[in-house]
Design a protein around this ligand. Structure first.
Ligand code: FMN
Ligand code: SF4
Length: 498
């Protein structure tokens, strides 16, 4: 992962643990009713986290149930289930909602969260669409199989060598030559997109409108999102979060890098058009009592990408559409991803934008804690100034009660998202609410978990995954890592360590 050149180590921020009485009066633990009528028991929110536990077919497994059951034991106000694909296409061990056969397993998941939280936690599914991305190829394979040899390649070769005979070279000759020549020549002959395909792995963009399936995204996506949302509703969830954030299709429509010329790109009004149309299709497909919100970026954090000013505009427009909540994230884009190893796909959290999405304890002087809340608060202020009361979820380096309570009181957000702190200690919200804050196991913001995600391995936390092995909990890596945090015994602080 990209890191700032400064190497300042930030210890955990000071914590002020409330007593149970103080917690009862805290803003964090006051209920909130969304426009859909859904009542959240408090302002605590677990943002989506992909744990790599679904089956290869995208189905809910016992490990998926175990992962969410463990979060439910901490009784957060809302729990958003990981990014779940809206299409019925193979996508490895990521959950899917692109066909009726997924409904039964998703139903067990919704039931599990309700039962294990004592009916307290509201549970939503994050719905995702993503475009095709290939693994970085072996250069020889790229030149032999993937490169489409064109007249322009031949012309470039003729030009580079001052030898017109290249204009008539066979495809095999061009492939063989490029596969064995020096880097400078390759850079001269290939287009920037072909070089990217060679160096990073080919990646589709929403601007590739020469491809029919990309051109038709505005026609297809509203229906696909709507059908998936209807399945999630039938499975018994409280709502969906439309994934308009990070490196994926909908975020790329919102991004300032979207230069489509078909009315769905260019000016920010046009970039917001498909996200609006998707929302309308989803809203029309589900009951009024079903919650529909979205997650989008307060800043792309890539050159030429969307800024906080754009995000303020999008916040207002999405609130105007009637979204039940707006959840904000930051960065996590492909444009600045670092080069993957041969055979691996680029991962959108390896560049600077990835650092802003999941900031770590070692970095620049600003540190990771609530790092992007100021930008997210600007989006909330813009939404309020436009006359909308839509609740806003803020996230990124929030891992203490003191931070959460202070930002709510300052009006920077309405709901507090904490992903990694909840992974480090799934019971932490509950401990704080019950006046047992001293028993919280605190996240070190090391990103060991995120590195596992990058390698598509089951995600765990380094603070507990080697603890009490052999107590019957499910494990991976030949029993070397447990899949869920050890249970909490009230009165006994949760340990960090082996
Ligand atoms: C292992 C892991 C998986 C994640 N998966 C998702 C995801 O599926 N969808 C999403 O919007 N964000 C995802 N995120 C980002 C988090 O939701 C959150 O925005 C980010 O970790 C910053 O919040 P935090 O500082 O509280 O962890 C993931 C984060 C982690 C650590
Ligand atoms: S591995 Fe655990 S301690 Fe490290 S960032 Fe992830 S949740 Fe926090």
């Amino acid at each position: 992962m990209w890191r700032p050149s400064e190497r300042v180590r930030h210890g955990p921020p000071p914590e002020l643990y409330p007593t149970a009485d103080e917690a009862r009066a805290a803003w964090l633990f006051q209920p909130l009713v969304l426009a859909s009528g859904l009542r959240l028991p408090d302002r605590t929110w677990v943002p989506a986290m992909v744990p790599w536990r679904a089956s290869e077919e995208g189905l809910v497994t016992p490990a998926v149930l175990g992962w969410y059951a463990r979060f439910a034991e901490g009784q957060p106000g809302a729990l958003v289930v990981e990014a779940t694909g809206i299409r019925d296409v193979p996508s490895g061990p990521l959950l899917r909602a692109g066909h009726e056969r997924f409904v039964e397993g998703l139903g067990r998941l919704a039931d599990t969260v309700r039962a294990r939280s004592g009916g307290r936690t509201r549970v939503l599914v994050q719905l995702l669409d993503f475009l095709r991305i290939r693994r970085r190829p072996e250069p020889s394979r790229y030149f032999q199989e993937f490169l489409e040899v064109t007249k322009q390649h031949r012309r470039n070769l003729a030009d580079a060598y001052g030898d017109a005979r290249w204009e008539d070279a066979t495809e095999g000759e061009v492939r063989a030559f490029l596969g064995n020549t020096d880097r400078r020549t390759v850079e001269y002959v290939l287009t920037p997109r072909e070089l990217e395909a060679l160096d990073q792995g080919a990646r589709e963009r929403v601007t590739d409108t020469q491809l029919p399936w990309i051109r038709e995204l505005p026609l297809r996506l509203p229906g696909l999102f709507a059908e998936a949302a209807r399945r999630v509703e039938r499975a018994g969830f409280d709502g969906v979060e439309l994934h308009y954030a990070h490196a994926y299709t909908m975020s790329s429509f919102l991004s300032a890098l979207n230069t489509r010329e078909d009315g769905y790109g260019g000016e920010r009004e046009a970039r917001a058009r498909l996200p609006r149309e998707v929302y309308r299709a989803v809203r029309a497909a589900v009951g009024r009592g079903f919650t529909v919100g979205c997650r989008f970026l307060c800043d792309d954090v890539v050159e030429g990408g969307t800024t906080v000013e754009d995000a303020c505009f999008f916040g207002v427009e999405l609130a105007r559409e009637g979204m039940d909540f707006l959840s904000l994230s930051t960065g996590g884009r492909f444009e600045d991803a670092s080069q993957p190893r041969v055979g691996e796909a680029a991962y959108p959290y390896t560049g600077r934008s990835g650092f802003e999405c999941m900031p770590t304890a070692v970095g620049d002087a600003r540190g990771p804690y609530g790092r992007n809340v100021a930008k997210q608060a600007r989006v909330r202020r813009a939404v309020r100034a436009a006359g909308f009361e839509t609740p806003v979820v803020v996230a990124g380096g929030i891992g203490t009660y003191a931070q959460a309570e202070a930002l709510l009181r300052r009006g920077e957000g309405d709901l507090v998202g904490a992903a990694r702190q909840t992974l480090a200690d799934p019971d932490w919200w509950r401990k704080v609410r019950e006046g047992r804050g001293r028993e919280v196991r605190r996240c070190g913001y090391t990103n060991y978990c995120e590195a596992l995600d990058q390698r598509h391995r089951p995600v765990t936390c380094q603070l507990w995954d080697r603890q009490d092995l052999g107590d019957g909990a499910p494990t991976v890596d030949d029993g070397r890592r447990r899949l869920v945090a050890p249970g909490w015994v009230p009165g006994v602080p949760s340990r960090a360590g082996r």
